[in-house]
Design a protein around this ligand. Structure first.
Ligand code: SF4
Length: 469
């Protein structure tokens, strides 16, 4: 019932005037507190204490594996990656990663089930078949991966690095979900971003993915790239809808060449201006809604039959560093350079430098570089923010029961702000409960920002955050 309502609301959801009025720069809340709160005084001992508490909780585990290498540079890219053709570099990294898997797994109580694993990059499929197989089996030797029927095992794929046979290999290893980096089908756009891949290539991969019975296929798309227009993106979305992936991520391209050098290689004069970008976003999103995709929240769409949409409907949707996910109750173990773990009440990040990472592994030291131990107040606020982002509601009694607090005294000033947003149509109120309205969902981070206690200090220090546009 809830699902049906979401879909009918979504049909007329994307209103450029509304977004223009309410769009604010702010964090994307893939974590709370955000990574800006991570600090370098966080120690290996803080990490190990969290693992101890995690073992006592016997919570299932989720793994994130970072594989940072790519064969060529996409100019828009803001990921932590290394462009290389050097096989030795890949091998050295893989050896270090396998060592980290061995070292970290020793601290977790044996037999704790892993229900979810994601390989991201970089380009995981830039590793060859033998390396991918070796890595999968090393993980399986040290962590208890549940069988492929119950587990969610996903991998990011650069379509230029894979064919139907390799998709078959990945399925044989145990992956059951894939995410393809599409970005745009328009040739002029592809040439400008230095990422040329044909529609036929993707069509062939989709056919193979269906033959191999992958449970879910995601497409990553980007709006705001050079030469994109409402019309060109409409053509891309037509092709996407025809190929019928289960999920779609439609990301905003943020042009920050001073931070990400390669973005300076894009033809700046060909970037769509803010107003056109907004029209592209609204037209593309309405097109996806009309084709039957449900808007999940912040960049994500899914077919109503996909487990992401179902998780949202039954209250088990979660948000982490990969965006929205279906598995809520698990401790996340990050493995590989720059990966982030969320274990018990602790976020901690591995070093971002491959050289440092490999040196830590040579010394058999956990490569923690920064992190944060959450206070009780952080945990309460995180629960509120995640409920708004994932379930689109806020039920104060649930928070009171979970944390044994009085919501109205804990959040007296925040409630005033919530009520202002009710007047502006971002929220609807029923008794003491708040529901994010369909339009409010387009700018939901603005609502979440009410509960971010660290935001004023970041705003004061001139920190720049992204916007919808
Ligand atoms: S977009 Fe992906 S494939 Fe391209 S450079 Fe970045 S990480 Fe590598």
């Amino acid at each position: 019932m809830h699902l049906v309502k979401q879909q009918s609301d979504a049909d007329s959801l994307w209103d450029s005037e509304f977004i223009r009025q309410h769009d604010v720069a702010g964090p994307r809340y893939t974590s709370y507190p955000t990574a800006l709160q991570f600090h370098e005084e966080f120690t290996e001992q803080d990490y190990l204490s969290a693992v101890g508490r995690s073992n006592a909780s016997r919570m299932p585990l989720s793994l994130y594996i970072h594989l940072p290498f790519c064969a060529s540079l996409c100019y828009y890219c803001a990921c932590n990656k290394v462009i290389t053709q050097n096989e030795e570099k890949k091998r050295r990294y893989l050896d270090a990663l396998i060592k980290e898997i061995r070292i970290k797994s020793r601290n977790f109580e044996q037999g704790r089930p892993v229900y979810q694993m994601h390989w991201g990059g970089g380009t995981p499929t830039y590793f060859n078949d033998a390396e991918l197989t070796e890595l999968w089996f090393e993980i399986g030797r040290h962590f208890h991966l549940v069988d492929s029927e119950r587990g969610e095992y996903s991998i990011e794929i650069d379509p230029r690095t894979i064919d139907a046979d390799k998709l078959g290999l990945l399925k044989g290893l145990g992956f059951n979900r894939i995410s393809l980096g599409i970005q745009d089908f328009n040739e002029k756009v592809q040439e400008a971003i230095n990422r040329v891949q044909s529609y036929e290539q993707i069509e062939e991969l989709m056919l193979a993915a269906r033959n191999y019975q992958y449970r879910s296929v995601n497409f990553d798309l980007i709006y705001g790239l050079p030469y994109q227009t409402v019309e060109s993106v409409r053509e891309t979305i037509d092709k996407v809808v025809h190929l019928s992936p289960d999920r779609i991520s439609l990301f905003n391209y943020a042009h920050l060449p001073e931070r990400f050098k390669s973005q300076g290689l894009l033809p700046e004069e060909a970037l769509p201006p803010a107003e056109e970008k907004l029209q592209i976003l609204c037209a593309a999103s309405n097109q996806l809604s009309a084709a039957g995709y449900v808007y999940i929240g912040m960049d994500h769409f899914a077919k109503p039959s996909d487990e992401l949409a179902q998780a949202q409907a039954n209250g088990t949707l979660h948000r982490n560093f990969q965006g929205y996910t279906t598995y809520k109750d698990a401790d996340l173990v990050g493995l590989g350079v720059s990966s982030i773990s969320l274990i018990n009440n602790v976020y901690c990040q591995n070093t971002k430098s491959i050289t440092e990472y490999q040196a830590c592994m040579d010394d058999e030291v956990v490569p923690v570089t920064a992190g944060v131990v959450l206070s009780t107040d952080d945990e309460i606020r995180r629960a509120v923010i995640m409920s708004l982002l994932c379930q689109n509601w806020l039920v104060p009694t649930q928070i009171e029961e979970q944390f044994n607090i009085n919501f109205s005294s804990h959040f007296s000033s925040e409630i005033n702000q919530l009520n202002l947003y009710v007047e502006e149509g971002l929220l609807a109120r029923s008794g003491n409960n708040y529901h994010v309205t369909p339009k409010g969902r387009l700018v939901v981070r603005k609502i979440c920002m009410i509960f971010d206690t660290y935001l004023p200090q970041h705003m004061k220090s001139g920190r720049r955050f992204s916007r919808v546009l």
